[in-house]
Ligand binder design. Sequence first.
Ligand code: G6P
Ligand code: MG
Length: 217
Amino acid sequence: DIRGFILDLDGVISNTSVLHSRAWQQIAHKVETPWHPKLSEELKGVGRMDSLNLILRRGRRRVKYSLEDKVRLTEEKNKLYIELVNKMTPDDILPGIKKFLDSLKANHYPIALASASRNAPLVLEKLQLTDYFDQIVDPAKLRKGKPDPEIFATGAKLLGLLPEECIGIEDSAVGITAINAAGETSIGIGARHVLRDAHINFADTRDLTLENIKKRL
Ligand code: G6P
Ligand code: MG
């Protein structure tokens, strides 16, 4: 029986994956990595330093960046990202999500957030959604990022539930892998060919309703 929900943030609740991507494009330009549309997909769900490493690996420059340089670049990206986040309002909640969260509350399902982003609390605040979340996993306390199951396993634990009692919702391939590895039911939001391993797939956040989920369980 499903008793709780664990949600990703960027690309599920808000369109912030586009903002992450926009900020990374500026960093990519700086380190002379030609931007490839594939990068936007590859960076989804991936933490800050790992994202930078992916960008550097795709670059033509064979310069070795020191850890200090890399930290500086991630800080620069974060500054650009926060500038974009600060302009956000509740209008930036993806279609259908507010209604979905309301229906979870009405049905007394506890909700946890499993985002790799250290900016997640700020984004939730901008969207005025903080109060919906019973638990927020702190990514700074985790040993491994997605696709490791740790973040979703921690979400279940914080809700006081068994993994098999939880549904995880994700827009990234690494996130779906993490949910499945945690032993939870996975819902992928987005293109089926990207989210191949999701137990349930919805093309759009508008399709994410309790009714649709129950039909597919
Ligand atoms: C999420 C996003 C990634 C982002 C990561 C870290 O997983 O999908 O694009 O890189 O969080 O975010 P942060 O805000 O801490 O840099
Ligand atoms: Mg995401």
